[in-house]
Write a protein that binds this ligand. Structure first.
Ligand SMILES: NC(=O)c1ccc[n+]([C@@H]2O[C@H](COP(=O)([O-])OP(=O)(O)OC[C@H]3O[C@@H](n4cnc5c(N)ncnc54)[C@H](OP(=O)(O)O)[C@@H]3O)[C@@H](O)[C@H]2O)c1
Length: 207
């Protein structure tokens, strides 16, 4: 697929590398110094190009939106309309800034640190690490789930953006944010969330 990356830092850069390695085309965008994007594109190789955020959106079937919370408005302005695009939003509500949640969830895609993702991608069998997703468009989630699999993780769908609070920062008891999960334990979490029950205790895998 053609994937536009808005914010190619630790998380967006990881996604770009993993997806390009899986054969997807990535376009990197939104940096304070375009040389950073060009350097990353060179490292990734033939499947990576660079451009403005608007270029990345125009190019893409799927957009990975991965900028610090405080610069979301700037990135959205540079990106322009996202109408008709599948957007994978990795942002967390860290460090404050101009975007207020106002009682809503941040509907984030990703609950694992960039370093852990880079190390844990590509595990197989029961050791494969879960990447939680949530969203309100079933077809879009199926596409994202395939990309998560291509990137080397086990996708698990927690539901819609209104009920994904257990994915949200901060790391805390009763939430999956920041924790490694594998499929069997993740299925039990989904069942609990769907039933409106507290999730089971966080699993440990002896890492
Ligand atoms: N790191 C994690 O472990 C982790 C885990 C889960 C979710 N997240 C969330 O994912 C999002 C991205 O996190 P990240 O760790 O990948 O961030 P990051 O490494 O700081 O990357 C942010 C990217 O945005 C670009 N950018 C453009 N304008 C910027 C500006 N004015 N200020 C700062 N950066 C600017 C930066 O490019 P230049 O530096 O080239 O300008 C950089 O490539 C955040 O919302 C974060 O909360 C992070």
């Amino acid at each position: 697929m053609r994937i536009g990356i808005i914010g190619a830092g630790r998380i967006g850069g990881n996604a770009a590398r993993l997806l390009a390695n899986a054969g997807h085309q990535v376009r990197l965008s939104f940096s304070r110094d375009p040389a950073n994007l060009q350097q990353l594109a060179r490292e990734i190789g033939a499947n990576a190009t660079t451009g403005t955020a608007a270029d990345a959106v125009a190019f893409a079937e799927v957009v990975v939106f991965s900028v610090p919370w405080g610069v979301i408005p700037d990135a959205l302005e540079e990106a322009g309309s996202l109408q008709g695009k599948i957007v994978i939003d990795t942002t967390n509500q860290f460090s404050g800034g101009p975007v207020s949640l106002d009682g809503r969830t941040a509907a984030q895609f990703n609950t694992l640190t960039a370093a852990f993702q880079a190390e844990a991608a590509g595990r197989t069998g029961p050791q494969r690490v879960v990447q939680w997703i949530c969203g309100d468009d079933e077809e879009a989630k199926q596409v994202v789930a395939r990309l998560v699999d291509d990137a080397g993780f086990q996708p698990v769908d927690l539901g819609g953006t209104a009920e994904c609070e257990v994915m949200e920062a901060p790391r805390r008891a009763g939430a999956v944010y920041g924790e490694e999960y594998r499929l069997a334990d993740a299925v039990a979490v989904v069942e609990a969330v769907r039933a409106g029950r507290p999730i089971p205790p966080t699993p440990g895998y002896g890492n």
